[in-house]
Design a protein around this ligand. Structure first.
Ligand code: SF4
Length: 361
């Protein structure tokens, strides 16, 4: 059942370089701006009046580009909120971590590190304007291991025209516990889009996903969400809070929280944020729709008993006609009292959701 407010997302929107595909809320690192930003973050955190948190996730931007002193301030502040049996994650870029920063991770209880790798193909790294290479990732992993941080994840991008994911042996050699594979999306206002980089054809993107899925499975990485895979027991607890449609706090510019049924999103303007202007847009969540959309991203699907107790109704009766149609097309199945997407259904998730959302009542 639903846990309320035991998770926190912290947005650190600073980067040493800007990647050609990125449309996140971020700006170039500037020491003074970061100092001010941290002051505002701490104020926002104090105003939340939270006590203990089960999961904290520091994302970006590139949180690891903060100086050792800035990271010390941020992590020591957040450390005080950790509950027993917590997950405390941070995103890093391989070239911006050093031993002193990893010592701080260890000191303040970081127990999960998400490494932004994106590729082990130097041509792709150049295209994406990433500044690391395989050796940097290897060094990052060995430093983490030296300080007993063995739960590390790596993010990759596939579906890039002109390139193939042909480096999975290198990935496995580094023994990550968790892997994320996202297909390249050419977002507006990114360098790739501005330069008219061509999108890969959809059937080739699908072929590549099938290849990744099968290879990862052979090595013991099971998919638990459409883009996320892990060894047994290493699912990201913080991200599961989102996908289970549970509530969470979020602080920082552009961050979006979900509290008492309302989603609050801060302006993406870092300039306004550091001036203390935190205007949050409010949106009352459509809990049922969101629950369906989020849970079908997960291999575990929608638990029909949970649905009944939350929404006071029977999912299979309410969506009878659509479910029958989707089952007959092999896109969903009912298993272990859950409605799940099949492998094919997961690949056509948008169509499944459109059917359920707008063709099901
Ligand atoms: S992808 Fe990450 S490192 Fe690159 S610009 Fe965006 S936030 Fe910064």
């Amino acid at each position: 059942m639903k846990k309320i407010n035991s998770s926190l997302y912290v947005h650190v929107p600073f980067c040493d370089h800007i990647c050609s595909y990125c449309d996140f809320c971020k700006m170039f690192y500037d020491e003074k701006v970061v100092d001010n930003y941290l002051g505002c973050l701490f104020e926002e955190l104090n105003n939340l009046n939270v006590s203990k948190l089960k999961t904290i996730y520091i994302g970006g931007g590139t949180p690891s580009c903060l100086s050792v002193d800035q990271l010390d301030r941020l992590l020591s502040k957040l450390n005080k909120y950790l509950d027993d049996d917590y997950e405390f994650s941070i995103e890093v870029n391989p070239e911006s971590v050093c031993e002193d920063k990893i010592k701080l991770f260890r000191k303040y209880g970081i127990n999960r590190v998400s490494i932004g790798v994106q590729s082990f193909d130097d041509g792709v790294l150049k295209l994406l304007n990433r500044k690391h290479n395989f050796e940097d990732v290897k060094n990052c992993v060995s430093l983490l291991s030296k300080y007993d941080i063995n739960n590390y994840s790596m993010d990759f991008i596939y579906g890039i025209k002109g390139f193939k994911v042909d480096y999975l042996d290198k990935v496995f050699s580094l023994k990550p516990k968790h892997l994320s594979f996202y297909s390249l999306i050419l977002e507006d206002n990114t360098l790739l889009k501005i330069n008219n980089y061509e999108e890969e054809e959809q059937d080739k993107v699908r072929e590549e996903y099938d290849y990744i899925y099968n290879e990862l499975k052979k090595y013991g990485y099971n998919r638990y969400e459409v883009s996320n895979f892990c060894l047994k027991g290493y699912e990201c607890k913080h991200n599961l809070v989102y996908w289970h449609n549970e509530e969470y706090y979020a602080i920082g510019a552009g961050a979006s929280s979900y509290v008492n049924g309302v989603r609050y999103t801060s302006s993406k303007s870092i300039t306004k944020y550091v001036k203390g202007i935190v205007n949050k847009e409010k949106e009352v969540a459509d809990r049922e729709k969101e629950e369906i959309m989020l849970r079908l991203r997960l291999d575990e699907g929608i638990n029909l008993n949970d649905y009944k107790s939350i929404f006071n109704g029977d999912f299979l009766i309410k969506y009878e006609r659509v479910v029958e149609e989707l089952v007959s097309k092999g896109l969903v199945e009912i298993k272990d009292n859950c409605l799940k997407t099949t492998y094919e259904g997961m690949m056509l998730l948008d169509s499944v959701l459109i059917k359920l959302m707008w063709g099901g009542e």
